[in-house]
Design a protein. Structure first.
Length: 512
């Protein structure tokens, strides 16, 4: 590991990933659900991503927001070089990538940047040194607009306590081997497997050991997640108190479903937590109840509360579009293993309407034939449909906007084998965001873009062969299928379903 990283891994690039919860409009909806006024984030706004990695999220957002200005910052020159090249090839003139350490943002480098309406940092806060956290606070205090929004995600306590000893083992075992970080981490995971078999690691750590082994399948992620010198999960309370130094107040969770206490807590838990006067402590207690590993929070710099009526008015004006096929039965899993099924009559009619075209929330709640006096409110509808990833915020994109996004999406073709093996994210201007495609879905998407015949059995055979080439087998409904005939039948059936249900959604979104 090189020394210029100040304790952060630098010899292995971070893996590409698109994180839709960082989209500006999504953060605005989260703030509205939380009862707080958000800045206008539809067209012209300024956006900064701290720790952008290889830039995928900012690239997708810049491609789908031509009138907004984006600045993305990372201290790894390999990341920045890749991102700049992608922006150049896609012809994105509204994004700048900066090779810059966070502590440099407190000097002339930071002063040259504009004031921002939105700042995001995904997977940064609990992986960096306290001095760099302080530098970020100074940057936010200087560059985040009054009324602006901050997105911050981090490993949260108390759940991480059960995994901290294993993280320490992975880190120490990796440091003992003079190898590139991903190779050393892979060896460390193999050693931990042997420690488990030898009963060196007690049973109480088994859940955490399985989690580490699962993460080990994606080595770049494992390296950047666990091998940093300053890896330190935090309580929500401590994060909120730190950000208060930059005049930031907690607004909502960017994972929209987590804002609804009835989906996360029992009635007894809700009643007990409601007695606590401190909102920060209430959120921390919720983390105790829900076995939460990772938080995605939205803070505002200058809290302006809005009434319930104003909140519902703002949400009713939003237009929704499907992002994936609507299920026959719409239900939501709760942390305790039970499932909540929203009003099936109301949601059934709404989902059928969205299959036809995007519609405003207010229109959806007034559809002809809905039961009089139904209890589904705008906050519930928006929270559940967007929170499950079933729907997104619709935008009437112009031909120029589609062409702009297509230039970025076409770059995937240059890494076709990677996308076919691992999946990929594409920009969707009709939703002003992006969608992540599994490797199987990307193969279908590529066939559509190339005008190839949509033969489910051919697609299935190709997918099965790619699995075998990588030493694996297809997985359908969480079941590994090893028998060749059974795999061909199951994967063909899966592709037939995608062609019937998913492709019409893609066509409505204009991505194929």
């Amino acid at each position: 590991m090189s020394t210029w990283g100040k304790g952060y891994v630098t010899d292995v690039e971070y893996s590409d990933g698109f994180y839709p919860n960082q989209a500006a409009a999504h953060l605005g909806v989260a703030a509205t659900i939380g009862g707080v006024a958000a800045p206008p984030l539809d067209d012209r706004f300024t956006y900064c991503e701290l720790g952008c990695g290889r830039g995928k999220t900012s690239l997708v957002l810049a491609a789908t927001h031509p009138e907004a200005q984006f600045h993305a910052i990372d201290f790894n020159p390999a990341h920045v070089a890749h991102a700049r090249e992608q922006a150049r090839l896609a012809g994105l003139d509204n994004i700048q990538f900066h090779e810059c350490s966070f502590d440099e943002l407190t000097g002339p480098r930071g002063e040259a940047l504009p004031m921002f309406d939105v700042v995001t940092m995904h997977g940064v806060w609990t992986w960096i040194a306290p001095a760099l956290q302080s530098a970020i606070l100074a940057f936010l205090n200087a560059r985040l607009q009054a009324g602006g929004l901050l997105y911050v995600s981090y490993n949260v306590l108390p759940t991480w306590y059960q995994a901290s000893p294993l993280q320490r083992l992975v880190k120490e075992l990796s440091a003992a081997v003079p190898q590139r970080s991903d190779l050393a981490a892979s060896r460390a995971i193999e050693q931990i497997d042997r420690f488990v078999a030898a009963k060196i690691i007690p049973d109480r750590f088994m859940y955490a050991a399985k989690r580490f082994k699962d993460v080990g399948n994606t080595l770049p992620y494992l390296v950047h997640e666990y091998l940093n010198e300053h890896w330190q999960p935090a309580y929500f309370t401590d994060v909120a108190r730190s950000l208060a130094a930059a005049k930031l107040n907690y607004t909502a969770c960017a994972e929209l479903l987590k804002n609804f206490y009835n989906l996360a807590l029992t009635e007894e838990q809700r009643a007990a937590i409601a007695e606590i006067p401190s909102p920060e402590l209430r959120e921390t207690l919720k983390d105790f109840c829900t076995d939460n590993w990772f938080r995605q929070d939205v803070f505002v710099r200058g809290e302006r509360r809005i009434s319930v009526q104003r909140r519902d008015q703002l949400l009713s004006s939003k237009t929704l579009t499907l992002l994936r096929h609507a299920p026959e039965v719409f239900e939501i899993a709760k942390p305790d293993g039970s499932r909540w099924r929203p009003d099936p009559v109301v949601y059934g009619a709404i989902l059928n309407a969205l299959k036809e075209r995007p519609r405003a929330v207010g229109e959806l709640l007034r559809l002809e034939g809905l039961p009089n006096g139904h209890l589904v409110a705008p906050v519930e509808l928006v929270g559940t449909l967007i929170g499950t990833g079933l729907a997104g915020l619709a935008h009437a994109a112009s031909p120029a906007e589609f062409a702009r996004a297509e230039r970025l999406n076409a770059l995937i073709e240059s890494e076709a084998e990677v996308a076919l093996a691992q999946g990929a994210a594409i920009a969707v201007p009709a939703a002003r965001s992006g969608i992540s495609l599994t490797s199987a879905n990307y193969a279908l998407y590529r066939s559509l873009k190339r005008g190839e015949s949509l033969a489910a059995d051919v697609l299935a055979a190709q997918f099965i062969q790619r699995c075998r080439d990588r030493g694996g087998h297809p997985v359908i409904d969480e079941k590994v299928i090893e028998d060749p005939a059974e795999a061909q039948t199951a994967v063909t059936r899966d592709y037939e379903f995608k062609i019937e249900k998913l492709v019409p959604v893609w066509r409505m979104l204009g991505v194929v």
